[in-house]
Design a protein around this ligand. Sequence first.
Ligand SMILES: Nc1ncnc2c1ncn2[C@@H]1O[C@H](COP(=O)(O)OP(=O)(O)OP(=O)(O)O)[C@@H](O)[C@H]1O
Length: 588
Amino acid sequence: MRRGTAGLLRVLSGHLRPFGISVLFAVVNQAAGMGAVVLAAATAGQALSGAADLWPLFWWTLGLTAVRAVANWVESWISHELSFRVLAQVRQWLYQAFARIAPGGLIRRRGGDLVVRALRDSESLEIFYAHTSIYVAAALVVAPAALAAMAMIGGGWAALVLLPWMAASAAVPLALRRAGARHGGDLTDALTELNVEVTDLVQGLREILSFGRGADRLDRLRDADRRLAAAQRRQARRAGLETVAGGAAIGGASLSVLATGLHTGLPAPALLASVALAGAAFTPITMLLNVTRVWGLTSSSADRVFDLLEEPAAVPDTGRAPLPVLTGPPAVEFDEVVFGYDETRPVLRGVSLTVPGGTTLALAGATGAGKSTLAHLLLRHFDPASGTVRIGGADLRDLPVDDLTELVCHVPQEAFLFHDTLRANLELARPGASAEDVAQACADARVTPFLDRLPDGLDTVVGERGAALSGGERQRVAIARALLRDRPVLVLDESSSQLDALSEHELQAALDRVRNGRTTLVIAHRLTTLRHADLVAVLDHGRIADLGRHAELMARCAPYRRLVQAQADAAALLDGRPVPTTKRGGDP
Ligand SMILES: Nc1ncnc2c1ncn2[C@@H]1O[C@H](COP(=O)(O)OP(=O)(O)OP(=O)(O)O)[C@@H](O)[C@H]1O
């Protein structure tokens, strides 16, 4: 059984009560519907035969019609209630899955694809819980009952001739099920591709327009649209065939029963009732066919949802040790750490490094040397292949994943700001923070100087990803968040963007404040950071090439001098200053 189908059934097994009630009312609905049609036909037949009092039959027909209406309503209400409850639960699980596998497990996934899984694919499951599962169960009861009724009204022959038509109507979708699964999969893929293209277009619009690639992107969208239309056409052609086959089976069944009835000399009321029943007996099958026609789509969506739900976490959350008892900022240790994103290419090749409690260690190294990877391991986005990462003497793998956030706070290069007020963005770090705490963090992180320029101060909406703020301002907001969070260990991914002298000064003051009294691992992109760090580790191709203070490294470490020179060149080029040269043991 496919992973998605197994997942759908597993979830359904937790909701058997509402499911059973829905099936019961679906059976009543369909049976009453059939009964009403048969009685109406029988009444007409009696009328034609000149029977006197037809009112009792009429009232029975009316009664059954009313029962059908009520049962239909109850079935629809409970089955949708069931499906909406399950859907809300599945979406919750999906959000939890995102949190569980993030960020390690999400790095290679595309945002648009995840959005389709969380919204459209999960929504597609509605059809299974509100319709497919219930119609399958109802058809299993109602179809044999219809055959039995046919045997009673029209005789054994009438029931017998009905059987092959019923079988034929079920055989067509069964025969086409492989094509249905393929079409459903193609349709889901094409929809996802289009969604990914649109998401990329919206997110990358600035780059697309500034590089004049608008026309190319539109071509890509057109291609994705074309593939979607082709997949929809294939799906519609097959579904059309199934509809026609279903209709032909109903027509064939009615005609066969009519012919048998005429041949066996069935009285008019029974003949009319039999022909009506021949059509009505297909109600459960027709309802089922309406949903099995899109089963390929439902099951491929279910596969994608349950794939994600069952994806293992990037790091196993099995540690149950208590947090280390701290009397001050803890030391951070990397002990013989080996790690690679894939087994064939090690990125860290035996890194041993200690950041003494309360000090700042700056990581320097060429691009791709492994600086961010080391930070990822301290934040436990991944676990080392071998070796250990410790905070305050505790192996991170021994701690519950959530508890680690009590120890470490991350200030990324580009903090994500939500389209909300500045205050809400700050309170993300500490919900319910007092006004004094927020004001203090803003002052320490040098947010206050630009607050006055914002139209509504802290209540200013900062726009999508903080678009209403400058790069330097966004960094200061990220630092204010870290101050509010107030954790003893800080992982600081310094922004590589160059700032003007005033902004640089403000940022440096904010950074000094946030590092104060904390153990800080900083991925350094600024010369001032290297100069002020207690220790600088030079990473080279996943190994520690040297470790010392800035001045010591300038004196003895040629690769470090080259790095510092390169940084000075870049800064000077942006400033338009003449490029200074580095001297052994001196600063540029
Ligand atoms: N998610 C990933 N999957 C596969 N390889 C990765 C991934 N992230 C980084 N790498 C690779 O690991 C190596 C180290 O990357 P890392 O980001 O740690 O370097 P870095 O020193 O921080 O570089 P930079 O200064 O440019 O940010 C690089 O070769 C990079 O291509």
